[in-house]
Structure formats: structure tokens, C-alpha cells
Design a binder for this molecule. Structure first.
Ligand code: UDP
Ligand code: MG
Length: 323
């Protein structure tokens, strides 16, 4: 059991979110005030917006809000680095000030009231509490089917990830300190936390629709993200290729033996078509295989360079505004 009134930081990555930020602030403010009043969290707690190189007025708005509101602050990345990097930047900064951190999206699709239950589990001894969508009723049919298929596929590949959990989660300071040791550049945070370990639990919530603005995850980004998740956490596709190669080799040996036998007993051998087809078949197959191997080599290339995953250009907590 932990003592109450610890410092909570809520990390919220924001990319072109000027339309939603005021409403998000209003709702999170009420939540923070209530939690402080009920003595669940310390009054040093804050919501930390992470501006991910937005092109609209998001950062100006974050500065304005943090001057006006006691429980709000922000950091800004030097450029757009994508949701996962922005989130990591926020988590790594927040852990220097907080005892416990919750991450969520700026569009309030995640039910903020689930934070109460997450904190309860945290005080009971959990180090990670995953927010899991209880239903995907409000997602489009396409998003629901692709997302659920993806989680099942990841499981089948042997990746330990929590079903229907996005990046709405609570983590203790020590989990984040351990996460710092994970130096990979291709980030798939929801697959990394289970690797950190410690006691974890799940809180169910219903996911809402985005109330303003549009999704910053178009299909292309979503596919990229899914591919990153697979190739950063599983080498099974590589093994599958070796297995397939072996299978095809065996098949062609049997086929060759069969042809030789037919020739020996004086039967006619198949048409030239079959050879042309098999050349195409093998050619295609080899190209796919090389592509997959290339993907992993590309990953190694990125990891070997080990470039910084995010660069913080401004931190309102360090600018003397806050205590
Ligand atoms: N986001 C970000 N950088 C990006 C894209 C998105 O920080 O390059 C943030 C965005 O502001 C939001 C969160 O990531 O807070 C999730 O994005 P979104 O809600 O658009 O994704 P969806 O819920 O549609 O999957
Ligand atoms: Mg969203």
C-alpha cells in the first residue's frame, strides 16, 4: 500500500489540437481539482501537454493555459516526431517531477473518469494500470475490425500486448525509470511496458468519439504503426520465411523426382508452361522474402544510428512560471 496524495502528472501529446485543447483543459481541470480536493493526489500535480511540432496555434494555447491554470504546464518538441516519440518525451520529462504518470490523448476519446480507478489500483500496489476499451461501438466498422485483427495477429506472433489497450495508462515513477533503459528508436510503447514488468492491472472504459478536429492517424500512419509493432517485437516473420523456403525446396525436390520417374517410364513430361509459371512464382516469392528481410535491416539501420528520439525545445516548468 502506498501513502496517498502523491504527485500525479497527466501527459497529453498534442499535434494540431487547437480545436480541442480548451475543452480538454476544462474537463481535466475539473478532474484535477476534484482529485486534489479528495486528497487522492498532491496539489503539486499537473497536466503536461506535449506539443509535437504543431503547425497551428497549439503551442501558443498551451502557454496561455499554463499561465492561467495552476494545474497545467507544457513542453514543446523541436519538430513533429509522431505520437509515440512525443509521448515518450512527455513521460521522460514528467517522471522528473512526478510520482505517478497517466498518459492520454488530447481528444478526450479516453474516458478521463477511469483515472480514479487507475489511481485506486496504483495505491493498492500496482505499478502499471492499462486502460482497456470495453467496447468499440463508437469506432467505425473498418477501424474496429482492423484494430482487433491487429491485436490478435500480434498475439499470434508471440508479442505480449494487452488486448484493446492503446496508450491510455498509468505508470509509476520506477516503471518510467526502467523504461529509460529501453533505448530503441522504433517505438511501440504499448508493447514495451509489458516487458518492463512489475505488478499490473487493467481498467475498462468506453471509448468516445473525437469531439472536434480530425484523427491525426490516417490509414497510412496506422499501417506504418502496425508494421512497426510487428517488426520491432517479433522475428517470427523471418522464421516464417525460412520455413516457407524449406517447404518449397522440399516440394520442388519431390516434383523433380516425380518428373524423372515419368521420364524413365516413358511418359510425356509437362508443358513448358509449368516452368514459366514456377519461375514467376519463385521470383515473386523471393522478392517478398527479400522485402521482409530488408525491413528488418532497415530497422537495424535506424537502431544503429541511435539518434535522439525527441528533442525538447521548451519546458514551461523550467521557465520559472511554476514552483
Ligand atoms: N499526435 C501527436 N503527433 C502526431 C500525431 C498525433 O502527438 O504526429 C497526438 C494527437 O494530438 C492525439 C494523439 O496523438 O492527442 C492521438 O491521435 P489521434 O486522436 O488523432 O488518433 P486516433 O485516436 O484517431 O487513433
Ligand atoms: Mg483520437
Amino acid at each position: 500500500m502506498r501513502k496517498k496524495e502523491e504527485i500525479l502528472y497527466v501527459v497529453v501529446p498534442c499535434y494540431n489540437e487547437e480545436e480541442v485543447l480548451e475543452e480538454t483543459t476544462k474537463q481535466l481541470k475539473a478532474k484535477m481539482e476534484k482529485l486534489v480536493k479528495d486528497k487522492v493526489i498532491s496539489d503539486q500535480s499537473k497536466v503536461m501537454y506535449v506539443n509535437d511540432g504543431s503547425k497551428d496555434k497549439t503551442w501558443e494555447l498551451i502557454e496561455k493555459i499554463s499561465k492561467r491554470e495552476k494545474y497545467f504546464t507544457g513542453i514543446s518538441l523541436s519538430r513533429n516526431r509522431g505520437h509515440q516519440n512525443a509521448l515518450l518525451g512527455g513521460l521522460m520529462t514528467a517522471k522528473n517531477y512526478a510520482d505517478v504518470v497517466v498518459s492520454m490523448d488530447a481528444d478526450l476519446q479516453d474516458d478521463i473518469h477511469a483515472i480514479d480507478e487507475m489511481l485506486k489500483k496504483y495505491y493498492d500496489g500496482c505499478d502499471i494500470v492499462y486502460g482497456v476499451r470495453s467496447a468499440r461501438k463508437k469506432d467505425t466498422f473498418f477501424k474496429r475490425v482492423t484494430a482487433e485483427g491487429f491485436y490478435k495477429f500480434m498475439r499470434a506472433l508471440g508479442v505480449d500486448c494487452v488486448y484493446n489497450h492503446a496508450d491510455y495508462r498509468l505508470t509509476s515513477k520506477r516503471v518510467l525509470e526502467e523504461l529509460e533503459g529501453f533505448q530503441e528508436v522504433n517505438l511501440f510503447l504499448r508493447g514495451m511496458f509489458p516487458l518492463v514488468g512489475f505488478q499490473s492491472d487493467i481498467v475498462y472504459y468506453e471509448r468516445n468519439e473525437r469531439f472536434a478536429g480530425e484523427s491525426k492517424y490516417p490509414l497510412k500512419k496506422m499501417l506504418n504503426f502496425a508494421w512497426d509493432g510487428i517488426t520491432s517485437f517479433s522475428v517470427k516473420p523471418l522464421r516464417f520465411i525460412s520455413g516457407m523456403g524449406f517447404f518449397i525446396l522440399m516440394l520442388s525436390i519431390f516434383f523433380a523426382i516425380y518428373m524423372i520417374i515419368r521420364m524413365c517410364i516413358g511418359q510425356s513430361v509437362y508443358d513448358w508452361m509449368i516452368f514459366v509459371l514456377s519461375i514467376f512464382f519463385m521470383g515473386g516469392l523471393q522478392m517478398i522474402c527479400m522485402g521482409v528481410v530488408g525491413e528488418y535491416i532497415g530497422k537495424i539501420y535506424g537502431e544503429v544510428k541511435a539518434r535522439p528520439r525527441y528533442i525538447i525545445s521548451k519546458n514551461l516548468l523550467e521557465d520559472g512560471k511554476c514552483d
